[in-house]
Design a protein around this ligand. Structure first.
Ligand code: SF4
Length: 106
């Protein structure tokens, strides 16, 4: 499990691609942001209640994405806050720009 001691300073940490690329659906339908979150600290809902597409574009995860993009990792979801992000990798500047463009059109 990632620890706070391993988390990088915001200035050297990119947004994590996991928040865009790796929805994780548990056997009971609970959804979290990536496979590291085995205790569902970053749970965003349940597919038996809300379609996955709606959860993955919902207010909570979009708020956490914005926090990642702005380097505000303390606001980026309880588990992301102390994660080292390296398993999912960083989101490229091109993808950040595309996400920002999509958000600004919404
Ligand atoms: S920062 Fe860590 S916990 Fe958050 S989505 Fe990325 S890999 Fe998962």
């Amino acid at each position: 499990m990632p620890s706070a001691a391993r988390a990088l300073p915001a200035a050297t940490r990119p947004p994590c691609a996991g928040l865009w690329d790796t929805p994780m659906v548990q056997v009971n339908g609970d959804v979290t942001v990536c496979c590291l979150d085995e205790h569902l600290e970053n749970k965003i809902g349940n597919v038996n209640v809300t379609p996955l597409a709606d959860l993955w574009t919902g207010e909570v995860i979009e708020r956490w994405r914005r926090a990642h993009v702005e380097g505000r990792f303390a606001d980026s979801g309880p588990y992301c806050t102390r994660c080292n992000w390296r398993s999912a990798g960083g989101l490229s500047p091109e993808r950040v720009a595309a996400w920002r463009a999509g958000v600004s059109r919404a």
